[in-house]
Design a protein around this ligand. Structure first.
Ligand code: ATP
Ligand code: MG
Length: 451
């Protein structure tokens, strides 16, 4: 059957312009794969026989995106399209980067250097689909298969092994047998891949529709190299009435139970990482994991830094991991206190984390946990609606007010404010300047008069 793809008009315009000048040009790679699957491609890449200089000569506005690798971005209006000259990759150094690239006049050569059959298809309206490695067959079968010999392709570039698992998670596909076996054999080479590239693939895997396919990365040996802490979780059984899975399996389920947001998925990945370290078994044979949130938080920080995540992501994930197992008293004061230490910015996420965590625990024990969680949620919504004071910033007195009332400057003021905030967290009606100053005097004594 002839496969028809709807190419956006601007992409067609670029292809037609190149063709009119005597060059070949096709949409290629991920966009063709997604279009064949009936999904909306994120961006459209174009491959051409024209050299970068020839491409630049044909369009008014271009950017030299990666000119050494043959990539020019063509700007049409506000949109940019990457146009890359057909190329073959030279010899690879260190399982990472080709030492040099060579341009070629053969589309087939260009398709051959691509990682997977489903990513090695090209299309234009004049020629239709160019599918030299049966990418459409593999899309139908739902498999990720290397172009050519898997071992060679992974030896050239080790990152492709993580890409294989990432595409399997994004598309819900399985790894073709030889591709899988080659990963098992060569995953050690991932040690030489930069942390930034690993981070990108890990995030794409985790924020995909099938984050639980991290299991594939474990089965094939990838996590042993890039995330050995996870392998320890897979080996850590939980003989405890709250649980029915090992720590690792619980983690995989919890990942699937939370929305596809980077911080939330990373939090679920790390939330129990500390359990193997703190596990103790009681005389009754029941396993306990005391202090695991703190140890998990520490490990999360360590792993996120190792993978070069940005500070804000590290901060949010660490905080959520640390508080994932905190249970506020089911009273307005209890929830206000929880809001104070978790922070208003992360509280909604904290509730989502708890929900996913409970869903991945023993179903027989879930009901009371959900009832408590719903109660916290209700109270939380009311606190926000009523704009209760939950931070020092919202307190009706500040350091300046205390000094004006005669308290000497210094760190002591912080202690007083903290004390007053705790009174207000108990009862929000107390958040009035007069009353608070009176309380400060009652508790800490009348300040010396200024003269
Ligand atoms: P997405 O953009 O959704 O992550 P994609 O398939 O477009 O998926 P990109 O990383 O944008 O992936 O790469 C575009 C194309 O370039 C791929 O479809 C593939 O043909 C090729 N490619 C990318 N990285 C590699 C690699 N490491 N080895 C071989 N080919 C690659
Ligand atoms: Mg892409």
């Amino acid at each position: 059957m002839q496969i028809q793809i709807q190419i956006p008009e601007k992409v067609n315009k670029i292809i037609r312009t190149l063709a009119a000048a005597g060059h070949e040009a096709y949409a290629v790679g991920g966009c063709v794969r997604d279009a064949v699957l009936g999904r909306e491609p994120a961006d459209w890449d174009i491959t051409t026989s024209a050299s970068p200089m020839e491409v630049k000569a044909l369009f008014c506005r271009t950017i030299d995106t990666g000119i050494r690798h043959g990539t020019v971005t063509v700007m049409l209006g506000q949109e940019g399209f990457e146009v890359t000259t057909y190329r073959v990759d030279g010899t690879y150094e260190d399982c990472r980067h080709p030492k040099e690239v060579q341009f070629t006049k053969s589309l087939l050569e260009d398709l051959k250097r691509r990682d997977f059959t489903i990513n090695a298809m090209a299309y234009n309206d004049a020629e239709g689909l160019v599918d030299a490695f049966d990418g459409t067959g593999d899309l139908e079968k739902g498999i990720i298969r290397c172009v050519g010999k898997a071992e060679e392709r992974f030896t050239e570039d080790a990152l492709r092994m993580m890409r294989a698992v990432r595409f399997s998670a994004q598309l819900g596909f399985s790894l073709e047998e030889q591709t899988r076996a080659a990963i098992g054999k060569l995953c050690g080479n991932l040690r030489r891949v930069s942390a930034e590239r690993i981070q990108t693939e890990l995030v794409k895997l985790l924020t995909s529709p099938h984050p639980e396919r991290l299991r594939e990365a474990w089965e094939t040996g990838i996590t042993r190299v890039v995330l050995p802490e996870f392998d320890r979780c897979m080996a850590c059984e939980q003989n405890n009435p709250h649980h029915i899975y090992s720590v690792g399996e619980h983690t995989l389920h919890a990942l699937a139970y939370i929305e596809a947001d980077k911080v939330l998925r990373l939090t679920m990945l790390f939330h129990d990482f500390g359990k193997p370290e703190v596990k103790t078994t009681g005389p009754d044979g029941i396993d306990h994991f005391r202090r695991h949130p703190e140890v998990s938080e520490e490990l999360a920080g360590k792993v996120l830094k190792r993978l070069k995540f940005d500070n804000e992501t590290v901060r949010q994930v660490k905080k959520l991991v640390w508080c994932h197992d905190q249970h506020p008293a089911l009273t307005p004061a209890g929830v206000r206190k929880a809001l104070n230490w978790i922070g208003e910015d992360l509280f909604a996420s904290y509730l989502k984390v708890q929900r996913a965590d409970i869903l991945a625990q023993n179903p027989a024990m879930q009901e009371p946990k959900f009832l408590a969680l719903e109660k916290v949620e209700q109270i939380y919504k009311r606190i926000i609606r009523e704009q209760n004071c939950i931070t020092l910033k919202q307190l009706a007195v500040g350091g300046r007010d205390l000094m004006e009332a005669g308290f000497p400057a210094g760190p002591f003021l912080g202690e007083i404010l903290q004390y007053l905030l705790e009174l207000v967290l108990e009862e929000p009606e107390r958040n009035q300047k007069e009353w608070l100053l009176g309380e400060a005097v009652r508790r800490y004594g009348r300040p010396p008069s200024p003269d």
